[in-house]
Design a protein around this ligand. Structure first.
Ligand code: HQG
Length: 227
């Protein structure tokens, strides 16, 4: 379930399980229902990751586009969405799917926006120096296992392979593909030691060009029925 976005008069937009502002505990007022938040986020992600041209956006080589341009495109699709709601969806995204330039006092209200990860269009996101945990996870459908065992994790239709910080997050990713997802454990430390690059993107996602099968540690463990 997607929580609604609410807004606090003193502390701005928030989306919490219990519907209270994380800073003052007030309830504020509802800005967007959970369902509208989900739709807006999905469309904005799609436009920034997969179909900027069709949506009427131009991305620079780092994936940035003017916030105003995105807002216009989203508002054209959803007449209930205005810049404030779009800004709130961006600011409260639980996975950090969107990045927005700093703004005057570094409050994330700047004039450009991009998707933090997930692109199929050709963009070149600069490296980050965020630390990479020794182990990462990837959730997938059981029917992909034979092919992954053969050729490792490949980016498929995206630019990168996407890995998760926790087993739970990977399970959620895998659930998008199958009702009985499999979670693979990735030897991130081994990859880095061997010169493969892994980069943190957003709050809980890491990307790599690919993951060769040798780094997929739990391949064939007892929870893999295809062993
Ligand atoms: C599979 C979401 C066969 C791979 C998530 C996956 C993520 C192979 C599917 C982000 C394979 C690609 C990306 C191989 C990989 N043979 N299948 N050799 N290599 N695959 O949707 O990782 O919520 O492009 O296992 O959280 O599921 O949208 O990638 O099942 O971070 O922000 O090919 O999207 O983020 O599927 O998801 P996807 P993904 P958001």
């Amino acid at each position: 379930m997607t929580e609604p976005v609410r807004t606090c008069a003193d502390h701005g937009p928030f989306a919490t399980d219990d519907g209270t502002c994380p800073r003052c505990g007030g309830r504020g007022t509802e800005l967007l229902s959970g369902e509208r938040r989900r739709r807006l986020s999905k469309f904005a992600s799609g436009a920034l990751r997969h179909f900027p041209g069709d949506a009427g956006l131009e991305l620079d080589e780092r994936g940035w586009t003017p916030f105003e341009a995105l807002a216009a495109v989203v508002e054209r699709k959803y007449d209930w969405a205005g810049p404030d709601r779009i800004a709130a969806v961006i600011a409260t995204d639980p996975k950090g799917r969107f990045e927005r330039t700093g703004g005057a006092d570094g409050d994330g209200s700047g004039d450009r926006v991009r998707a933090a990860y997930g692109h199929s269009v050709d963009v070149d996101l600069e490296p980050t120096d965020a630390p990479v945990p020794d182990e990462l996870y990837h959730g997938t459908a059981p029917e992909n296992l034979a092919s992954i065992r053969e050729s490792g994790l490949q980016p498929m239709s995206r630019q990168h392979v996407h890995l998760s910080e926790s087993h739970g997050a990977a399970h959620r990713v895998g659930s998008r593909h199958a009702s009985d997802p499999v979670v693979l454990v990735v030897d991130a430390a081994g990859m880095l030691a061997d010169g493969h690059r892994i980069t943190k993107r957003g709050r809980e996602t890491y990307t790599a060009d690919r993951v060769p099968p040798a780094y997929l540690e739990k391949f064939g463990s007892s929870d893999d029925p295809r062993r």
